[in-house]
Design a protein around this ligand. Structure first.
Ligand SMILES: Cc1cc2nc3c(=O)[nH]c(=O)nc-3n(C[C@H](O)[C@H](O)[C@H](O)COP(=O)(O)OP(=O)(O)OC[C@H]3O[C@@H](n4cnc5c(N)ncnc54)[C@H](O)[C@@H]3O)c2cc1C
Length: 392
């Protein structure tokens, strides 16, 4: 059994690491200052400038096929890169990306939506959640009905908690096209809906920096040619979109945990109480030991789930375990790191409280802890997976 990285994996990881250290981390103080003043950490032009800089180093379109100018990296490499990105709280990600399901677009749609999104000229958001349907996504109500015998569809309803929904100029919207069938059984369809077609957004304040939005559709007319994929395929596409985050989110969590744990170690080695470094206390040592152990466990769970993707196996079971454990792990680690920093950890002089607020989301979006547990146990109970995973 070989747990090492290949030369290519190590080289890519190290290049990303040095880019993040050299170009992104120096922005941290300014990002914190702006966020404390209730401004975005970076504006779009600044993110784009960084992305174009990264492009010069060859980092563009991690998941994007080569024919669209991307790198089409294996999931394991993408996971390693997301971990590197997690080392900083600066809201940066590499450019040249588009929602994975946009690749189901027709040639015409690719020109209008996919390619401009990859190039960073257009901004998308993905909308399935509604006020009455989150975990139970099959319960969506936003309706799309044909306009008489015309070639248009009329969308009515509301989406909520949509990341990037306040900035996006188009939305990928999963709507009910056949209520009788139900969303899960071919009754939902995905539409590409320009903001100019008439939907509006309302920003939602959250405990994190930035925030999602509600999207309101009030008789929004969408041409038939804007259907993404097939009629009735909307729920499947929605699940495909969510599937991607099941290994990138915990990969990011691992990066955050690595960074903050190092901060805790440095603090434990310098802060003195009762005439000794706090790191000499077993209470502090145990928090460090538990954090490192859980971090290591999450690392292999998540890398295994990315490896499962690369093997062409069904990654759902492995990635649900990775998402569940990785999200919980980073919350526990950040909490301990905050504790080790005492009062300083609670202040806004350090970014620890920012991470504390940020990572709370990881247990909620793209499938809550409870939904991951539901998937994992259901797979076992119905005999779809075996204890022991791919080694069983
Ligand atoms: C910041 C943010 C960004 C988001 N971005 C997007 C986005 O871009 N696009 C999008 O479509 N959605 C997005 N979401 C929505 C997110 O995916 C949902 O919030 C999430 O799936 C949970 O749904 P809910 O909030 O309706 O909670 P609910 O489904 O109402 O659940 C409430 C609680 O009950 C639990 N629960 C529910 N059913 C069960 C059950 N059967 N057994 C046990 N426990 C259960 C849940 O786990 C949870 O703890 C985002 C959410 C947030 C907060």
């Amino acid at each position: 059994m070989d747990f090492s990285l290949t030369d290519e994996e190590r080289a890519v990881r190290d290049t990303v690491r040095s880019f993040i250290r050299r170009e992104v981390m120096p922005l941290e103080a300014e990002v914190l200052r702006r966020e404390r003043a209730h401004q975005p950490g970076l504006d779009h032009s600044e993110v784009r400038e960084l992305q174009l800089k990264a492009r010069k180093f060859g980092f563009w379109g991690l998941a994007t096929p080569e024919e669209y100018g991307g790198m089409n990296l294996p999931a394991v490499l993408q996971s390693l890169i997301w971990t590197e990105l997690g080392h900083t709280f600066v809201p940066f990600r590499f450019g040249g990306e588009a929602d994975n399901i946009l690749f189901h677009a027709t040639e015409e749609q690719k020109q209008e939506f996919l390619i401009p999104t990859i190039e960073g000229e257009r901004r998308s958001c993905f909308a399935i959640t509604e006020p009455g349907a989150g975990s139970d996504a099959a319960n969506i109500r936003l309706s799309a009905r044909r306009d008489g015998d015309g070639d248009d569809w009329i969308l009515d309803g509301e989406k909520t908690f949509i990341t990037g929904g306040h900035d996006a100029d188009f939305a990928i919207v999963v709507a009910v096209t056949d209520r009788e069938k139900g969303a899960r059984n071919g009754g939902a369809t995905a539409f590409l809906v320009d903001r100019a077609m008439g939907w509006r957004s309302e920003f939602i304040q959250t405990m994190g920096e930035g925030g999602p939005a509600s999207l309101i559709f009030d008789g929004v007319r969408v041409p038939h040619r804007n259907i993404l994929g097939e009629i009735g395929q909307g729920f499947t596409l929605g699940m495909e979109w969510i599937g991607k985050g099941r290994y990138t989110i915990p990969s990011h969590a691992i990066g955050i945990a690595e960074r903050v744990l190092q901060m805790a170690i440095d603090y434990a080695n310098t802060r003195e109480t009762f005439g000794a470094k706090i790191g000499t206390n077993q209470a502090i040592q145990w928090m460090i030991a538990d954090s490192e152990t859980e971090l290591e466990a999450a690392r292999w769970l998540v890398l295994r789930s990315a490896w499962t993707v690369d093997q062409g196996l069904d990654p759902r079971h492995a990635s649900s375990m990775g998402k569940l454990y990785g999200a919980g792990m980073v919350n526990r680690v950040v909490d301990r790191v905050l504790q080790i920093h005492g009062g300083m950890g609670y202040t806004r002089e350090l970014p620890i409280e920012r991470w504390y607020r940020q990572v709370r989301l990881y247990r909620i979006f793209e499938g809550t802890d409870e939904m991951q547990r539901l998937i994992i146990s259901r797979d076992l109970l119905r005999g779809y997976t075996k204890i022991g995973g791919h080694l069983a």
